[in-house]
Write a protein that binds this ligand. Structure first.
Ligand SMILES: [Zn+2]
Length: 148
């Protein structure tokens, strides 16, 4: 991952809603994570231990972001993927909050916060990357509904 990521997005997202509209559409918990870059507590989300086949879409805008085929057991308490469905589905920003330098992962369609990307941790996956994503940022779509 590039070391010179922007700290704030300059992208114009295809899906743009004003803050009041996001508040209306999302639950307070969803809003806190997706629109305020919060983090759900480990081992509390719907999908960290989910092994159902399917596609994970952005809970804010419905764009398909990750697949069960790239999901793996990281035992970190959040759903973990070693790659996104496609590279252009997510956006990367530098996050220097909490005294760390991390790579924030956002939905490239609506700019909602998904989680963080870590790499070089030694997981036995094809990329050695871990997209550590909040369950509440995603909604699993059954496989048959996402095709065609
Ligand atoms: Zn989105």
């Amino acid at each position: 991952m590039s070391t010179d990521l922007p700290a704030t997005s300059t992208r114009s997202y295809p899906v743009t809603l004003d803050d009041a509209e996001w508040r209306r559409r999302l639950t307070p918990q969803e809003y806190a994570v997706l629109r305020r870059a919060g983090t759900e507590r480990a081992y509390t989300g719907e999908y960290w231990d989910d092994h159902t086949e399917g596609v994970y879409a952005c809970r804010a805008c419905g764009t398909e972001l990750f697949r069960s085929a790239e999901k793996f057991d990281s035992h970190c308490g959040w759903p973990s993927f070693f790659a996104p469905l496609a590279g252009d589905r997510v956006e990367y920003l530098e996050d220097r909050s909490m005294g760390m330098r991390r790579v924030e992962v956002r939905c490239a369609a609506c700019g909602s916060h998904l989680g963080h990307l870590f790499e070089g941790e030694g997981y036995d996956t094809p990329t050695d990357q871990r997209y550590c994503i909040n369950s509440i940022s995603l909604r699993r779509v059954p496989k048959q509904d996402s095709e065609g």
